[in-house]
Design a protein around this ligand. Sequence first.
Ligand code: HEM
Length: 394
Amino acid sequence: MTALAWEERIQRGAHPVVYPAIRGLRRLGPVVRVPGIGVVVSDAATAREVLLDTDHFSKVGPGAPSELWTPVLGPSVLLNMEGSDHARLRRSLAGLFTPRAVRELVAVSVPEVLAGLPERLLAGERVDVVAETATTAGTVICAMTGLPPTDTAVGEAMTAAQSIVGLVRLHRRSLTPSQVRHARAVLARLSAPALDAYRSADPSTVPGRMRELGLSEEEAMGAVGAFVLTGTETIQSFVPRLVALAADTGWLDRLLAADPSTTEGAALRGRVVEEALRITAPTPVMLRSVRAPATVGGVRVRAGDRIVIATISCCRDAGPFDPAAPVDAAVRHLWFGAGPHFCLGMPLALAQVDAVLDALRPVADAGRAVAVVHRSVARGVLIPAYRSLVVEAA
Ligand code: HEM
């Protein structure tokens, strides 16, 4: 089966009805109004215009992320804020995502988790990249919340994040009262150590750093919740899909052999990762609420309408997976958004991807290839993903 055929399976496993429907809309035009869903944008340049135009389009309002997340996380967690309050909170949080800060966070939490991975592969063991990534992402959540990363804590952190994100459906604009109760209870359990870490103001913990950066207790707990929701399933989805896509297109050997400490190695790794992000677009849609009458790609919209940016169509339609091809400027980084809400966690995401690739590199250094021997797709999840991706050293 081809690389794209596997990607189609993953998308359909997650969204058997909505995914083909959204992809089918492209035949009707780049911007199409769909009753019950919203005004769907499938074109990268138009999507970027919407994301940059905060006078007309907002993450707060009917059909926007605020309707989903404010009842769970409270009113001030970046992804449901706009304007000067949003800009101020982002500035305060910036110190957590400098290249150095994320390198340290990942260096402290992740290497132990991935230690031994190449030896296991070289000794003939088969390894599930999905399980390894889940442990990596769960360990990072533990570091964020200030929990010691025991196996139980890591597993519980992942289950908690998945059980909240999995409540969201595109055709429902908000969570039901019982879903809100469930999500709040799960997050409260997860954030309890974060609250202790914040109160004890220990700067070696992320919540302690947040206090140092001037965040109030409420803002810090909201940020922890937002990071867990935005930064867990995306990584869990992306890393195995990167490995599979690179394997299916004949790029995996070069990707794993690339030495990121050299200019060429870093450039090659960067291009393959970017191209895989473009093809997979782990956040398949972005939502906005219309604040004031406007026109989107020739379609008139009014206040209260919902805009559904089909990131997956905008990114995927720029061509087949080809790390050697030049990047289309309209599409570049759109998988991380654009404008004031551009993914705050991008450096952390890329550092986690690097950690997994670094852990696999010794297999290439030993002159062996990493081959996919078995895989299955996840069903009924919000963020399309593999359920398992088993590899071996060939
Ligand atoms: C491959 C992994 C990831 C992808 C593809 C991704 C994608 C995105 C996208 C598309 C947005 C913008 C959504 C919009 O404008 O509606 C976003 C925002 C955000 N992301 Fe990521 N993300 C990833 C990983 C992470 C990680 C690891 C974190 C960790 C903390 C994170 C934290 C955030 C936050 C806090 C926001 C909200 C920013 C704001 O509203 O100002 N993301 N992400």
